[in-house]
Design a binder for this molecule. Structure first.
Ligand SMILES: Nc1ncnc2c1ncn2[C@@H]1O[C@H](COP(=O)(O)OP(=O)(O)OP(=O)(O)O)[C@@H](O)[C@H]1O
Ligand SMILES: [Mg+2]
Length: 435
């Protein structure tokens, strides 16, 4: 029996589950530049690869180009890497009459400007997908002028940029804070990458997009959802551990035992990196909640009485968004079972760690902007879906119901999306915490 779960390398196409709303948002947003921030292994590369797959297949306005910055140290490396990425997808551009070889040797800034102009002349728009953007922190130290120009290029509405990284990239704002213009990240719309929605998580557990599907008992399904908190990598990781052949040799999941919920060395390494990216207050929150298992907001405010409640709430919002924490029946708990166990095992060592890569003040500022954007985005989504829903309902009334089951299905689908978006809007922390 082949184990169908993929643990480690990026996934796309049929192996990619969920995040439908995020794709609709990223492909349709008016914003020229978006920063997708996610913890280690949350699916940043896969998200960009799936965006590339979707935009490429749709033959619409956007023409994707993937730029992996990993390993690059300076503008020269970045330019070479960008040209090589373009070369990898020569046919995509050749079919539009763009000669990829003519771009060889160009500086990335020139390349991007020329390419987006050539595409615009053809009624197209470049969709630039940047992975591992943390590399730019080093570039900011050594080539600040080049980075400032890159920022202008990335935020030029002639193209669309989606850039992914861990929150370490927030350091860029400190390094570039002295610029005459605003710091690097402020022109980017920040989007947090977190769990899959429940339906997509269930589909992933059952492997319903590929054959054979995996047989999963409802109790086991609930266990996997609960322990992983719908984190896509943790779902794949746990399901791989639980996958065994049934009598007929088809894949099924057995119930997890205690050992299955222990993080391995690799996972522990990712947790440590994420922990190092936390600010001082975030670490305090995480370690306090880990020790108590579950806490009300009030208990947290008392335990950290030397910090302002407003700041604590802003950080709780951010840590919930990135999956370090979760809310269970209105109380705060650690994001998932693997992380909880790791925190308890490492508690004393983590408590003593006192080197920080991110300062509370600068990250709080970014969270505040993200915070404000969130409810704005949800409100926009609700508005768009309400329009779609009304148009579909009007169409439904005009059509013979027997002849058009598709319209009925579409009405139900958009209705569900609308419910989800309304729920997010009304549950948004911003709504609960007026400034
Ligand atoms: N949407 C998804 N559907 C199914 N599996 C996913 C999805 N997103 C992520 N995964 C799982 O997470 C793993 C890591 O994905 P990916 O490499 O995209 O994450 P990443 O955030 O780029 O990681 P890193 O921090 O190491 O760069 C994949 O191998 C897969 O197991
Ligand atoms: Mg990655």
């Amino acid at each position: 029996m082949r184990i169908p779960y993929i643990v480690g390398r990026w996934v796309s196409d049929r192996h990619y589950y969920g995040r439908h709303r995020l794709f609709v948002y990223l492909l349709n947003t008016e914003d020229a530049a978006t920063w997708v921030v996610g913890a280690r292994r949350m699916g940043k590369t896969s998200l960009l690869r799936q965006l590339e797959f979707l935009a490429d297949g749709a033959h619409q306005e956007l023409v994707p180009l993937f730029w992996d910055m990993q390993g690059c140290e300076n503008s020269g490396d970045l330019s070479t890497e960008l040209y090589m990425s373009l070369e990898d997808v020569t046919p995509r551009f050749a079919q539009l009459g763009i000669e990829v070889e003519s771009y060889e040797g160009l500086d990335a800034l020139v390349l991007l400007r020329r390419l987006s102009r050539e595409l615009a002349n053809r009624g197209k728009r470049l969709l630039l997908l940047i992975d591992e953007a943390e590399v730019l922190i080093g570039v900011a130290h050594n080539e600040p002028a080049w980075l400032a120009r890159l920022r202008r290029t990335l935020q030029d509405p002639i193209q669309k940029t989606v850039m992914a990284s861990t929150k370490l990239l927030a350091q860029l704002n400190d390094v570039t804070g002295s610029w005459d213009t605003s710091p690097f990240l402020f022109g980017f719309n920040m989007v947090n990458l977190w769990s899959l929605d429940v339906e997509s998580a269930i589909s992933l557990i059952r492997q319903s997009q590929t054959e054979p599907h995996v047989t999963v008992d409802p109790v086991v399904l609930e266990d996997v959802l609960l322990h992983t908190n719908r984190h896509p990598y943790l779902i794949q990781f746990l399901c791989q551990r639980l996958c065994i052949p049934d009598r007929a040799g088809h894949p099924m999941l057995r119930p997890p035992d205690d050992e299955d919920l222990e993080p391995d060395h690799l996972l522990a390494g990712f947790f440590l990196i994420d922990f190092q990216h936390l600010t001082k207050l975030e670490r305090r929150l995480l370690l306090t909640i880990a020790r108590e298992t579950i806490m009300t907001e009030q208990e947290l405010l008392v335990a950290l009485a030397d910090e302002s409640p407003k700041r604590i709430r802003t950080f709780l919002w951010g840590m919930d968004k990135l999956g370090h924490l979760r809310q269970v029946y209105g109380q705060w708990a650690i994001g998932n079972e693997f992380l909880r166990r790791w925190l308890l095992q490492e508690w004393s060592r983590l408590q003593r760690m006192n080197e920080f890569t991110l300062e509370d003040e600068s990250f709080e500022e970014l969270l505040r902007v993200g915070h404000q954007r969130e409810s704005h985005n949800f409100a926009e989504e609700v508005e768009r879906l309400e329009r779609d829903y009304a148009a579909l309902k009007a169409l439904e009334r005009l059509c013979d119901p027997a002849a058009s089951p598709e319209i009925k299905q579409e009405v139900a689908r958009v209705g569900q999306l609308l419910d989800l978006a309304r729920r997010d809007l009304s549950g948004s922390f911003l709504a609960r915490w007026p400034e």
